[in-house]
Design a protein around this ligand. Structure first.
Ligand SMILES: *[C@@H]1O[C@H](CO)[C@@H](O)[C@H](O)[C@H]1NC(C)=O
Ligand SMILES: *[C@@H]1O[C@H](CO)[C@@H](O)[C@H](O)[C@H]1NC(C)=O
Ligand SMILES: *[C@@H]1O[C@H](CO)[C@@H](O)[C@H](O)[C@H]1NC(C)=O
Length: 354
């Protein structure tokens, strides 16, 4: 009896782990592991778009994850590999009138490797959204973007270059970023992890310990920003910018949603990040964590002192202020399960130079 309850609990947990914001869902490898079929219910009832990302190593498993369509099978690997040669944007699989869309896991032992599946309702509202794969991503200065979404089964870094030679009066820009698809950038769903309004616009560097990030550009400015590029991997060593964040692997901060999951995330080693600057600046942080006091998030000014140990915050972010610091260290000890997480966001007085 205990065993049956346990299995039901696991099945329930698996189903709930999908990051579902109503208009989209994000599936990961753990949604497929040990499952012969995964059903995507409701979201493709009218029309949906499906984007995928895998890794060179997980491709061999992604070829055996098969969408069952009236015209035949389409694999997750095929969708992940589709790129528009003209724009460099990811292409999507469009599915209409399918209340329940099945994906068959034909792998031995129903295995799956690191992957992201972003399934989003197809609304005219999102027609300006641009979607790219992080690996090899380079968006050159061209048109002004409404939104740019980058998908990656591996953690990645994004660099928005500052303006090339251009009169300062033309270089103002506003942008914010959420670790979500383009449909969930509303603060009521997913918080703004990064936020800038700057003139002249200095560009920015972001590190994404998760599978997806969307940057929304302020349409007030309408000037195309400089080149936007991605590289695979993160360092957790960050030059201080006006705003930023670090968090436990996969943590997006979206209210009431479990973090993204991946076998690539290290959920047992101590977490360490450094945020440094040439000159001391004032930094205001807000920290959210469900970790207990034995696994607190510790913020420390390495040079001038200043120390915060933050645990069990519930849904109310705990502030931490450093009046003058140029080397902030952020440490956290996970409890070895995937259940604890933290997110630290900051604003600072830094004057930024890329
Ligand atoms: C889905 O429906 C839209 C709108 O009716 C149509 O333009 C599109 O071709 C359809 N796509 C597929 C794959 O049937
Ligand atoms: C910041 O402090 C760390 C120790 O936490 C040290 O290893 C690092 O070299 C320091 N960085 C700078 C830029 O001073
Ligand atoms: C940083 O500033 C922005 C804009 O004022 C605000 O929305 C955000 O909550 C601030 N973040 C922190 C961590 O204080």
């Amino acid at each position: 009896m205990a065993r049956i309850i346990f299995s039901i609990f696991i099945a329930f947990y698996m189903a709930e782990a999908v990051v579902d914001v109503g208009t989209s869902r994000i599936y990961d490898e753990f949604d497929f592991k040990g499952q012969s079929t995964v059903a995507i219910n409701d979201i493709c009832g009218d029309s949906c778009h499906i984007y995928a990302s895998m890794t060179p190593d997980s491709k061999k498993l992604a070829v055996n994850l098969l969408f069952q369509l009236p015209k035949g099978f389409v694999s997750v690997a095929e969708i992940a590999a589709k790129v528009d040669p003209g724009t460099g944007q990811k292409l999507f699989l469009e599915v209409n009138n399918t209340a329940s869309l099945s994906i068959i896991n034909a792998n031995v032992k129903e295995d799956a490797g690191p992957l992201v599946l972003y399934v989003v309702k197809n609304y005219g509202l999102y027609s300006g959204a641009e979607i790219y794969e992080a690996d090899g991503f380079h968006r050159q200065i061209s048109s002004f973007p409404a939104s740019v979404t980058v998908l990656s089964a591996r953690p990645f870094s994004l660099r928005q270059a500052p303006y090339p030679d251009r009169p300062l009066s033309e270089s103002a820009q506003g942008a914010y970023a959420t670790m979500s698809g383009y449909d969930a950038t509303d603060k009521a769903v997913c918080p703004r992890l990064f936020y800038t309004v700057n003139s002249p616009f200095p560009g920015f560097n972001l590190e994404i310990d998760g599978p997806i990030l969307t940057i929304i550009w302020d349409p007030e400015f309408q000037v195309a920003p400089g080149d936007l590029t991605a590289t695979i991997g993160i360092t957790n060593k960050r030059k201080l910018e006006r705003s930023g964040w670090v968090g436990s692997p996969g943590n997006h901060g979206c209210y009431g949603k479990l973090p993204y999951r991946s076998s690539l995330y290290d959920v047992s080693s101590p977490f360490h990040a450094e945020v440094f600057n040439d000159t001391p600046e004032s930094i205001h942080l807000e920290v959210l964590t469900n970790s207990d006091s034995n696994h607190a998030v510790v913020l420390q000014d390495v040079e001038f002192g200043g120390y915060y140990s933050i645990s069990d915050t519930g849904d109310t972010p705990v502030p931490a202020n450093f009046v003058s610091t140029k080397n902030l260290s952020i440490n956290w000890t996970p409890d070895g399960t995937v259940n604890t997480h933290f997110l630290a966001r900051w604003n600072s007085t830094a004057v930024f130079h890329v």
